[in-house]
Write a new protein. Structure first.
Length: 603
């Protein structure tokens, strides 16, 4: 016989549960990890695109967010800042002595991120431009719709149409912010305005039948097995939204850009913006997760450029080259040599994708000797979409979905065939895929020991890009690039990242012009001019981001060398890689603190 619970006890239990739930949702949760999880969940629920990208809630039958886009309004920005300040206050109210080591680590990460974000949102809300030639919202929203939005059934098709209808509202909100920048006399450089004008004009001029918002939609609908009559109906609705709503909204963006073009910034560095020097210092701190000054980073770059250049000279001499006064010029000749170039046709572009896949497969076979854990998710190679390839980087990576249905994707830019010399392909594949970004990002997602916050809410570019650059060197060390020219490809890539330290700080700290930075990078790296121009313009649009790669790589190499010297014959590179990857993305300052604890336990 089951005894009844006394009414007073039931009331007490319900009261305690109400208090717990109230604190969990509205106030300070009892559990620190619950607080961080709440923060991530609320932020994610606030972003329909993030929910779609993660794809987790669809398992439970909830996917109405697939019909929505994020709120980009000024009011939303104000509310976000208020919320962030409130959350930061709660974060600091948790006492260190009451937290476990893992919770204390999470607190350090959260403090670093939130403090910097509050400072940027408070002091510099309009210093970054929403419409830039590199991954600006005007092209990013198309990539999201074509590459990420799922079409698995008719309902997804309806959500697609709903999202299309929301694009004009998003652009209207962006225009409102562009007007705020105009009032504050914050304008992008002239070249950036011109690049974005060209991109938007290209989008507007695409015939509706060839518009990627149409073609990809039709392609995905045809794969889910619905009757042609319904596909035609979907197509008609999409055409109407695109032609009558989306294209006119692009015209409004275009009008604004033509309006501000005569007012555009004639300088290229953020030093020319209000309080620009301090803004750049903050950007360096956020991107490198270090306290290095711009001057220090500039000098590190100069030193690395000299060291790597000498290594390239040694290989060239061994290959029979003589009187190598200018390595950059030799690299230019190598990059332009028919021996290392593909023909400029579609067959060659297909061949490049096939070669990249072969490189990745070869790496898959060898890396188990150097890693104890391998990602379950696979990685595939795709060309950069044609509508954004002109201004996109040489390659970039997009992580897999949580449910494993969408693999990691390495996007290779095939716009300028000369920007893909054969001897540079391996190192790019190592960086973007195996054992670079794909290993780090996929293993992070698959790590069941990490909580939600540590898996998905931490953004440390210096760690993630530092790992990818370290992965390039590791791949060479373990024998995946035995050919001397493949090694030159790696060193040219390494030199490229060292030069980034020089030109990024040169532009934003030492007041270099765009042209001076282009000239320096071209002379030093021998990269194709089209690639150099796109890269320099990227650094102008994303101040500090380019410095994260090399600073992160140097820190990982420094820790590895210290571990080798400290542990001697007990050093196992698999253990070291486990340590680097096991805690997810972390700021470099936190990584170094973690290392001190790890090496103490290993010694």
């Amino acid at each position: 016989m089951i005894k009844k619970i006394p009414i007073y006890l039931l009331i007490i239990l319900l009261t305690l549960l109400t208090i717990y739930v109230s604190k969990l949702i509205f106030f300070k949760p009892f559990s620190f990890n619950h607080f961080l999880t709440r923060q991530f969940v609320f932020n994610t629920l606030d972003s329909p695109e993030s929910l779609t990208y993660i794809g987790l809630l669809e398992k439970y039958g909830y996917r109405s967010y697939n019909g929505k886009l994020s709120d980009y309004s000024l009011e939303k920005d104000k509310d976000d800042l208020k919320k962030l300040r409130r959350e930061y206050k709660i974060l600091n109210s948790y006492q260190d002595k009451e937290l476990s080591p893992d919770e204390l680590l999470s607190k350090k990460i959260a403090q670093f991120q939130m403090k910097n974000e509050i400072e940027q949102m408070t002091k510099y809300p309009y210093h970054a431009y929403p419409l830039i030639q590199m991954n600006g919202l005007h092209t990013r929203i198309i990539e999201f719709m074509t590459d990420i939005h799922p079409i698995k059934d008719e309902k997804d098709g309806e959500y697609y149409l709903s999202r299309l209808a929301e694009i004009p509202n998003v652009f209207a909100q962006i225009l409102e912010k562009m007007e705020k920048r105009k009032e504050s006399k914050i304008f992008p450089p002239t070249f950036m305005v011109e690049r974005v004008i060209d991109q938007i004009e290209n989008i507007i001029n695409i015939p509706i039948e060839a518009n990627p918002l149409m073609t990809i939609f039709t392609e995905k609908l045809s794969l889910i097995g619905i009757e042609q009559k319904k596909i035609d109906l979907f197509e008609d609705k999409a055409k109407k939204i695109i032609t009558e709503e989306i294209i006119p909204s692009y015209h409004l963006l275009l009008m604004h850009l033509h309006e501000i073009k005569p007012l555009a910034n004639t300088n290229h560095g953020v030093w020319s913006l209000p309080d620009g020097d301090n803004y750049y210092s903050l950007r360096l701190k956020i991107m490198t997760t270090s306290d290095y000054s711009a001057e220090t980073i500039h000098n590190i770059g100069l030193s690395e450029v000299e060291r790597i250049t000498n290594e390239i000279k040694d290989i060239l001499k061994a290959e029979g080259y003589e009187n190598i006064d200018d390595v950059g010029q030799v690299l230019v000749k190598l990059n332009e040599s028919d021996k290392f170039l593909f023909k400029d046709d579609q067959n060659s572009r297909k061949e490049i994708i096939d070669i990249y896949n072969n490189i990745i497969n070869e790496a898959y076979d060898l890396v188990p000797q150097y890693f104890r854990k391998l990602p379950k998710s696979k990685v595939i190679v795709r060309p950069v979409p044609t509508y954004s390839e002109k201004s996109a980087a040489g390659g970039y990576y997009r992580g897999p979905s949580l449910d494993g249905k969408r693999p990691g994707i390495f996007y290779a830019n095939l716009y300028d065939i000369k920007a893909t010399p054969k001897f540079g392909m391996k190192t790019l594949a190592f960086h973007e895929a195996i054992p670079g970004h794909h290993f780090q990002i996929a293993l992070n997602q698959e790590n069941n020991d990490l909580g939600i916050y540590r898996k998905y809410a931490v953004n440390s570019t210096a760690y993630s890009e530092g790992w990818a650059l370290y992965a390039e060197q590791l791949a060479v060390e373990i024998g995946l690039a035995e050919n001397p020219y493949d090694k030159i490809g790696f060193l040219q890539s390494d030199l490229f990242r060292a030069v980034r330290l020089v030109v990024d700080t040169g532009i934003h700290h030492k007041r270099w012009s765009r042209e001076k930075a282009i000239n320096y990078m071209y002379r030093k790296t021998g990269k194709a001019m089209s690639s150099v121009v796109a890269e320099i313009e990227r650094y102008i649009a994303w101040p500090g981001q380019a410095c994260s790669y090399k600073i992160g790589m140097l820190k990982i190499l420094e820790l590895r060398q210290n571990a080798r010297e400290t542990l001697g014959i007990r050093f196992d590179i698999r253990d070291f890689h486990d340590f680097i990857l096991e805690n997810g993305e972390v700021p470099l300052t936190v990584l170094e603190d973690n290392y001190k604890e790890w090496i103490k336990k290993k010694s």
